[in-house]
Ligand binder design. Structure first.
Ligand SMILES: [Zn+2]
Length: 351
């Protein structure tokens, strides 16, 4: 369960434990990987070290053989900044809150949709939003930030409304790469004994998008996982959830009498990605945003966390039971994680 949720967070988010068709073999492979070192050392599971911990790290780590935190991250997603509704002030308040934590995070992961919307606006309005984001980030944040592209960060998906024809120099994801100061829409890196993979969830289609990895990106992901030390824990960051329980509350699906989840709400290639993860028991946690809701799904040994929204209901208050906030996620040497959703006291401006 999330721990120590602040009182302002009325409902405790949604916690689902799905037990799909997990074979004993899959279960034991992943769990043995986590517990192998503990068993070998005669320790209890709670005290066990991560089986694949590099010898050098173990040597410098105090209390070798015990569960220790490697990294604390702030997952800041769906800021949706704009000049209206005091969103820039809200973004600054959130960044201050992150940076003034007594137990300060080591890095911020921006989960995407940093801008209100670039899909259906003209160049001038797109530039205004990038100026809001980069101006506020530069003024108010001194921490390392790693960026993930969201659907609203892509300029001109709705060509008719944005008055784009696709030939513009900053069309599509080009402006997102430039605005975020990154060279590739998906990538990976290592931090403190964990492997981080940032995915590009949004595949534009005519006037819209779907949540999916194209073939090139899927092959890159498969290759990246293959190249990663099988004992190193992996965190995957995507904007659109790969698996989610809260997706059933994004909109009012029940009104149709069927639960038909649109492909823009959840990765339509979720099964393919899940099958890939089965070959890599060191994939431990997947973080997402997009839904402006909070949930936790455990499936086949992977923890899928959807982490609310800094903007709540797009700066108009809480979105359902999800207040404006961000997540603190602690990553441990044994591959386990703890997540806390933190509100930062924002009061939406009265319209
Ligand atoms: Zn989104």
């Amino acid at each position: 369960m999330d721990r120590d949720l602040p009182p302002v967070f009325g409902a405790r988010g949604l916690e689902w434990r799905l037990h799909g068709r997990m074979t004993m073999d899959q279960f034991t492979r992943r769990d043995l990987l986590r517990l192998g070192a503990a068993a070998a050392a005669g320790l209890t599971a709670a005290e066990g070290a991560w089986a694949g911990e590099p010898a050098g790290d173990a040597a410098v780590r105090k209390g070798a053989g015990r569960r220790t935190r490697r990294l604390r991250i702030a997952h800041v997603t769906d800021v949706h900044v704009q000049p209206e509704l005091e969103a820039e002030r809200g973004m600054a308040a959130c960044l201050h809150h992150v940076q003034s934590q007594k137990d300060k995070p080591d890095v911020i992961l921006n989960g995407g949709d940093a801008l209100m919307d670039l899909c259906a606006v003209d160049r001038a309005r797109a530039k205004t939003q990038w100026d809001c984001w980069n101006g506020t980030l530069k003024r108010e944040c001194s921490m390392r930030v790693e960026h993930c592209i969201g659907n609203h960060d892509i300029w001109g998906i709705a060509k008719s409304e944005s008055r784009c024809d696709g030939s513009e120099d900053f069309y599509g994801k080009k402006w997102a790469l430039d605005g975020y100061g990154i060279t590739r829409p998906y990538r990976s890196f290592d931090l403190q004994g964990w492997h981080f993979i940032v995915l590009d969830s949004t595949m534009p289609v005519v006037e819209s998008y779907v949540g999916r990895l194209d073939e090139t990106q899927f092959e890159w992901l498969a290759d990246d996982l293959k190249k990663t030390d099988a004992k190193k824990p992996v965190l995957i960051l995507s904007h659109i959830p790969i698996l989610s329980a809260a997706v059933f509350y994004d909109g009012e699906l029940e009104k149709t009498g069927k639960y038909e989840v649109p492909p823009g709400w959840l990765h339509i290639d979720s099964r393919r990605i899940k099958n890939l993860f089965l070959q890599h028991p060191n994939v431990n946690v997947c973080l997402s945003g997009h839904l402006h809701l909070i949930d936790r799904v455990e499936y086949n040994g992977v923890t899928y966390l959807c982490d609310g929204a800094v903007s709540g209901n797009w700066w108009k208050g809480a979105h359902q039971e999800c207040h404006e906030g961000y997540a603190l996620v602690d990553l441990y040497n044994d591959g386990t994680i703890e997540r806390e959703y933190v509100t930062y006291g924002w009061q939406a401006k009265k319209a």
